[in-house]
Design a protein around this ligand. Structure first.
Ligand code: NAG
Ligand code: NAG
Ligand code: NAG
Length: 542
C-alpha cells in the first residue's frame, strides 16, 4: 500500500495527515447532519431507560448532540461517568411525588407473583394511570425552567416511549420530529403506525401463542387484541386532559393515542426477525432488536477470577431484573436450595439486600451484574431470568441457553419464543419449587441441544448489515433530514369500508349476482325451448 515514490517520501510526510483528513471527510456519509436530540423514554429507571440511553449513545457516536430528560427521582443517572457523553436535564418533583414514583416501581416487585392475567394487568395499569399523569403535570406545569430550556434548546428530534406519552406531548409542544422507541417487542402494536397486522398469524401481546394458532386460539387472539385498545385508551385519557389544559398544539386533531400514529415520523421496535415470528413492516418501522447486546468488555478482576474458578463446569447467571428488586423470600428460597444441588457449578445471583435464607457456598450474590459482559463470558453455561426483552436478546446474542420465569407483562411472549426456538425452558412462576428448578437446570446442562440452538440463533442474529444501534442512529438522522411523511401508511387516510375493501367486495357480489341471474334465466329459457321443440316434434311424429 505504498503509493509514494521512494525519492519523494521524505517530502510527502507532512501531507499524510491531511490526506487522511480528506479521506475521512469525503467518506463521511454525505447526509449526516449533526442534530440536537432529546431522549425522554421513562423517568430514568428500568429497561425503558436503558434502551433510550443506548439509542442516545449510538446517536452520539454518529455525531449528534444528545440530551436525556429524567426525573429528580433518578437524578443519580446523570452522575454515571459511563454516560458522560450524554447531557442530562433533570426535572423537579416534590418529595411526595418522588415517593409515589418509587412506590409504583416497587409495585412491580409486589405484584410480580400474581397470576399473569387480565385482572393483574388492569391492577398494574390502574396503579400507573394517575401516577404517570401526575408526573407529566409536574413536568409541564411545575418546571418552568426545564420547559424553557427545552423550548430554547433547538431540539430537532424527540425520542419517546409509548409507555410515557407525556414525552410525545413535549415533542408536539416544541414542534420537533418525534421518534417512538419501544423497548418491548410488541409486533401487534405496530398497528399504532397503521401497520396492517394480520391476527390470523401474528400472536397478540401476552396471549402466549405462536404464529400457528388453532381456531379457538385465533378467536382469543382477535378478542384479546381488540380488547386491549379500549384499555389503552382508558390509560391514556389523562394525557388528553393534560394536553387540553396546557394548550399543546390545539391545531392538531385526534386523541393522544391517535397522535402516536399521526405525529410520529419513525417507530423503533425492539424486535428482530432472527427470533421473531414473521410479519410485514412498513418502511417507517425499524427493527432494533438486541440494541443493548454488544461485544463484551473485560470484567472487573474479582469477577473474572470468580468466573475462572468455575473450571469446566462453568457458571449459571440468575437475575430477576431491575423492576423486580424486592420480591418475597419464599419465592427465592427454592433457588438457593436448587443451586446448592450443583456444588461443582458456580452461580452468580443478582440480589438486592441481605438474603434471609442460607446461600450455598457455590453461589455469589451481587446487587448488580454486568449482564451483557457476563453473558459473553466463555464460562457462562446458563441464564435464568424473568424474561425481559433486553435480557432475551442479550442471551441470544451471546448464544447462552436460558430458563425464563415470566414475571410481568411481555415476559410471557419472550417465553413463547424461547420455547419455540428451542434454546431454553419456560417455568411457570406459580410452580417454582426446588424440584422443578432442579429438573430444568439439569435438562439444560445435560442436553446439548439447547446450547447448540442458542449458538445457531446467535449466529443468525449477528448476521446483519449493521448493529441495531447504528441502524437506529441512521434512521433518526434520516428523518431529521427528510422527515417521515413519505413513509407513512396510506391506510391512515382510508375509512373502514375502504381499508377492508368492503366496497370492492360489494361490487363483486353485485356483479356475481347479476351473472347468476342471467345464467339462471338463460338456462331456464333454453330448457323451455328444448321442451317446446321436444314436444312439438313428438306431436309431428304422432
Ligand atoms: C448540546 O445540548 C446541550 C444540552 O441541551 C446544550 O447545552 C449544548 O449547547 C448543545 N451543544 C451543541 C453543540 O449544540
Ligand atoms: C412546525 O414545524 C414545521 C416545519 O418543521 C412548520 O411547517 C410548522 O408550521 C410548525 N408548526 C407550528 C405550530 O409551529
Ligand atoms: C434434548 O432436547 C431436545 C429438545 O427439547 C429433545 O428433542 C431431545 O430429545 C432431548 N435429548 C435427550 C437425549 O433427552
Amino acid at each position: 500500500m505504498d503509493f509514494v515514490h521512494p525519492s519523494t517520501r521524505h517530502r510527502s510526510r507532512p501531507t499524510v495527515p491531511f490526506i487522511l483528513l480528506c479521506v475521512v471527510f469525503f467518506t463521511m456519509p454525505s447526509d449526516l447532519q449533526a442534530g440536537n436530540v432529546l431522549i425522554t423514554t421513562s423517568l430514568g429507571e428500568g429497561s425503558h431507560y436503558f434502551v433510550g440511553k443506548t439509542i442516545g449513545k449510538y446517536l452520539v457516536k454518529h455525531g449528534h448532540n444528545v440530551t436525556v430528560l429524567i426525573s429528580k427521582a433518578y437524578a443519580y443517572r446523570a452522575e454515571n461517568i459511563e454516560d458522560s457523553e450524554l447531557n442530562f436535564i433533570v426535572f423537579e418533583q416534590t418529595a411526595e411525588q418522588i415517593a409515589s414514583v418509587r412506590e409504583r416501581h416497587l409495585a412491580f416487585s409486589k405484584n410480580a407473583l400474581e397470576p399473569n392475567n387480565v385482572a393483574y394487568l388492569l391492577k398494574m395499569m390502574k396503579t400507573a394511570r394517575q401516577g404517570v399523569a401526575d408526573d407529566c403535570d409536574d413536568l409541564l406545569g411545575r418546571n418552568p425552567d426545564v420547559i424553557h430550556q427545552i423550548e430554547s434548546g433547538n431540539f430537532d428530534v424527540v425520542v419517546y416511549d409509548m409507555i410515557w406519552l407525556c414525552s410525545l406531548l413535549l415533542a408536539m409542544k416544541i414542534n420537533a420530529t418525534a421518534v417512538l422507541s419501544s423497548p418491548m417487542s410488541l409486533p401487534t402494536f405496530t398497528a399504532y403506525a397503521h401497520n396492517p397486522v394480520n391476527l390470523a398469524y401474528v400472536p397478540s401481546f401476552m396471549t402466549g401463542y405462536t404464529s400457528s394458532m388453532s381456531f379457538l386460539q385465533r378467536v382469543n387472539n382477535v378478542v384479546g387484541n381488540q380488547g386491549f385498545y379500549p384499555v389503552l385508551e382508558y390509560m391514556n385519557q389523562p394525557f388528553n386532559e393534560l394536553r387540553e389544559r396546557h394548550k399543546i398544539r390545539p391545531d392538531l386533531t385526534g386523541t393522544i393515542s391517535e397522535l402516536v400514529g399521526i405525529y410520529t415520523d419513525l417507530f423503533l421496535f425492539n424486535l428482530d426477525f432472527a427470533v421473531e415470528f414473521p410479519l410485514p413492516l412498513l418502511p417507517n418501522i425499524i427493527p432494533i432488536g438486541g440494541i443493548t447486546a454488544r461485544p463484551v468488555s473485560p470484567l472487573p478482576s474479582d469477577l473474572e477470577a470468580f468466573m475462572q474458578s468455575s473450571g469446566d463446569e462453568g457458571v449459571i447467571l440468575f437475575t430477576l431484573g431491575t423492576y423486580v428488586s424486592h420480591i418475597k423470600s419464599e419465592f427465592l428460597e427454592p433457588f438457593a436450595e436448587a443451586f446448592g444441588r450443583y456444588p461443582q457449578q458456580k452461580v452468580l445471583w443478582q440480589f438486592a439486600g441481605e438474603p434471609r435464607f442460607k446461600i450455598p457456598p457455590n453461589v455469589k450474590t451481587m446487587s448488580w451484574l454486568p449482564q451483557n459482559d457476563l453473558l459473553g463470558h466463555p464460562k457462562t453455561r446458563l441464564f435464568i431470568f424473568h424474561g425481559g426483552n433486553n435480557g432475551f436478546y442479550e442471551t441470544i446474542y451471546h448464544g447462552v441457553p436460558a430458563i425464563i420465569i415470566p414475571l410481568t407483562g411481555d415476559a410471557i411472549d419472550q417465553g413463547v419464543r424461547l420455547k419455540h426456538q428451542g434454546f431454553g425452558i419456560v417455568l411457570d412462576k406459580t410452580r417454582v419449587t426446588v424440584d422443578t428448578l432442579d429438573d430444568a437446570i439439569k435438562t439444560i446442562l445435560s442436553n446439548k441441544s439447547y446450547s447448540k440452538m442458542a449458538k445457531v440463533l446467535s449466529s443468525r442474529l449477528s448476521s446483519r448489515s449493521m448493529h441495531p444501534g447504528d441502524r437506529a442512529a441512521f434512521w433518526v438522522n434520516h428523518v431529521m433530514k427528510h422527515g417521515g411523511d413519505y413513509m407513512r401508511s396510506p391506510l391512515k387516510d382510508l375509512n373502514f369500508i375502504q381499508r377492508n375493501l368492503l366496497d370492492v367486495l360489494g361490487l363483486f357480489l353485485v356483479v356475481a349476482s347479476i351473472i347468476l341471474v342471467i345464467v339462471y334465466n338463460c338456462v331456464r329459457c333454453s330448457f323451455r325451448r328444448c321442451k317446446r321443440i321436444f314436444f312439438s316434434s313428438k306431436q309431428k311424429n304422432d
